[in-house]
Design a protein around this ligand. Structure first.
Ligand SMILES: [Zn+2]
Length: 176
């Protein structure tokens, strides 16, 4: 009787471990905080781009909720052009004072071509996890911002230094 209990318990433990391994494999990890903090400009000009604990938390959320799921669905490599920007780096890059890059809540990403970015943009729209989703420079890259709370769900196109709302006609805009 005692032996049967031990066998049964062993079986349960093995099943549980197998379940955890399979589940872990399913949830692929693609992006890292380190990757989001890398910046050629920061290196070139020796600008400190070390994030605060708060910014790290924000980046991890952006990765878990937006970037990793989108990359999984995309099925191809995605490059981060710019993620976290310290105040100094943001100023050097002439970014907006209110840029979500400064809090670790945004990333500029690309699949490598306008065609691939169309596919990536559609995936991000479908996922629906964004504060601002921006089709940049005719699709050269995509800006995606995601906040802990109060996401405004704004879709924009940025071209010739101008932002345009594209919430209702984004399909046409990204295909043009
Ligand atoms: Zn951006």
């Amino acid at each position: 009787m005692k032996r049967n209990v031990i066998i049964a318990m062993s079986a349960i433990i093995i099943a549980l471990v197998a379940f955890l391994i399979i589940r872990r494999k399913k949830k692929m990890k693609y992006f890292s905080i380190k990757e989001l903090c890398q910046s050629e400009v920061a290196e070139q000009y020796n600008i400190d781009n070390t994030p605060s604990e708060e910014a790290k938390k924000n980046m991890q959320r952006l990765i878990d909720v937006v970037l990793d799921p989108a990359r999984e669905e995309f099925g191809e490599p995605v490059t981060v052009n710019s993620g976290y920007r310290s105040k100094k780096l943001n100023a050097k890059l002439k970014g907006s004072d209110t840029s979500d890059h400064q809090t670790g809540n945004a990333a500029d990403i690309t699949g490598g071509s306008v065609e691939k970015n169309r596919k990536l943009f559609r995936i991000l729209v479908k996922l629906g996890k964004y504060d601002q989703l921006i089709w940049e420079n005719g699709g050269e890259w995509i800006h995606v911002g995601y906040r802990e709370t109060g996401n405004r769900h704004i879709m924009l196109a940025f071209k010739n230094s101008t932002y345009t709302r594209i919430d209702s006609n984004w399909e046409n805009v990204i295909n043009s």
